[in-house]
Write a protein that binds this ligand. Sequence first.
Ligand SMILES: [Fe+2]
Length: 283
Amino acid sequence: MTYHPNTTRMRQENFYQLRHDLKIGSVAELPVVIDQLNVEYKRRKSLDLELENAKSSIQASFENLISPNFNKNPEITEISKNIYRVGPIFKNLPAIKNHLNTFSAHCRSNNLPFARPNSMNKYGVLLPKNVLNTDELTEFFKNLFCDKSIENRFNFKLDSQRVFTVEYGTGKDSDLDLHFDDSELTANICLENEDENDGKLFFQKRVQNGEHFDECFFDQIENYAIVHEGKFVHSAENSQKNRMNLIVWMRDSEVRGKLCKMCGEVPDLSDEPRFEYAGGFKK
Ligand SMILES: [Fe+2]
């Protein structure tokens, strides 16, 4: 990406929106931000291939799939329109936590590309299927929330996912700015929270089918998930104490094939090698 100040003209309202979104104080800061965007663009361009290569190098101790042992009858409560609290999720929470902590330490000490789950979270790990059976996670939530016989739930196909952990606390991330997820449906499972008053999940005011819904805050409770549509704008409040969440971004290739929600355009799909599920797109 190149910025030509003399030849590039942005519509004024777009420019002010961009400045606001990227927290750019003055025009003089714009080239610096564009340099940062170029660095991130290059990182992402080679990331899928690096992840694919690193996946095959994961040492034998991680090659045994850990199948999450799910609680078959979790309690489900609608805590706001189309936002649910569900749990308990795992019967074997300590084993899951231990496995993911070991993998996270392994990635950090071996400088593996999994050790930065997305562009906003610096602490946590992206999880390949040979570390945790992520298909089973999606199947679990799909059965709970996308069964056609259940009224007022979601009508998504959920045929792939991106799964990662996020870690907060001293020396780690402290909070997370407002954003929407690159998913149709997200399950945000709290694996550990030393202080339930910390790190609440915040949702902005929303309008759905003409109905207004107020902003809301939800506690992060161990072994419970908050399930919401990925498009809802949300953030995580400050965490002073340790907190770890398992995030499941579940995707519907039919929805994504029509429109990419990140760029707002019809996707142009390629045959290049991609990590796991290629962002949920299918050719
Ligand atoms: Fe999110």
